[in-house]
Design a protein around this ligand. Sequence first.
Ligand code: ZN
Ligand code: ZN
Length: 407
Amino acid sequence: MDFTKKLSTYAKLVTDIGVQVKEGDTIVIKCPIERADFARLLAKNSYEAGAHSVIVNWSDDDLTLMEYENSPVEVMEDIPQYLYDRNEYLYEKGAKFISVYAANPELLKNIDSEKIQRVSLAMSMKFKPLMKYTMNDINSWCVVSVPTKAWADKVLPESKDSVSDLWELIFDVTRVNLEDPVKAWKDHLQLLLDKATWLNNSNFKYLRYKASNGTDLDIELPEGHIWTAASSLNAKEEEFVPNMPTEEVFTLPKKDGVNGIVYSSKPLAYNGNVIDEFWLKFENGRVVDFDAKVGKETLSSIFEQDENARYLGEVALVPFKSPISDSNVLFFNTLFDENASCHLAFGKAYPTTLKGGDAMSEEELAAHGVNDSFIHEDFMVGTSDLSIVGIDHEGKQVNIFVDGNWA
Ligand code: ZN
Ligand code: ZN
């Protein structure tokens, strides 16, 4: 397959399998302006599939950096109401959202960390009420990625043509390079669903994580937790796939039921900075101690977002052996790195991972042990020797992961 063909196959997967565009839809695309070619392909596919309206929001790392370098923090913190209103209008209209994420992981490394934190907190607080539209699966949404020069250079520093090489990697891990990518995706989604069904039938009360890096963590799962994978249904019962690639089967932990210590297994790119080689100690769900060889300040800025950022909101199982891990590349982009490694998330849990959760009030969710926060941030803990044992309500132990992979 030549490059143009692969690119259009990839764009087709996003519109057909990702958000699954239907007649009359409004499609909102967020995309780096450097990849306008890709946004246009997505728009073309969407119209061809019957979309009535395609709205594109461009992002641009250079402009973002310029803003951080020049705009006063008080101005940046004052998020205009029209940005909120515009998004709320589109969510309420039932639009489907495609987010093409390809940030330079070190974009803000020379910006004062307090400024980054104040702006990020202001944004989280402002947009918090809108989180429900995606986290409760009211609207269809899909996050994908494309290479930009700055990001590709960070991922493949030795490459002579990092953008083309990163494209090839992305085509590999999103199954574009396979003979029949649509069928490959459908088969893959079914495999993930089978794992989720097995975990739901097992109804474990605890998960016990152990690895030679020092990880020794117990995670309690709340009554009524649901293991979810692959695809979701929006409020109109239309299917969508929120992440491409996706290799995870995930649920939520009981907010106050996490105890022990966990070590990170991959760097985490957060707010234009990289955090690496960190560990977290939990007591009754709360991070009570932590350290990081790289980016400790950035890590602590996550916890300063709000009190509940210190608690977990997601437990995700991903085999160590997957197309992404097999590439042996660190992407410095959570969409890829989280799908190559078991991960956990700081902050808000998906209400959809609890029985009846999407119809519960904030108080009801809290009473069921569901964490709520301004943030939801995944971090990677899976290693080649990670073992995860499930313990059911009778105390019976079952191997879930052995040596980093499904038992
Ligand atoms: Zn996840
Ligand atoms: Zn997550």
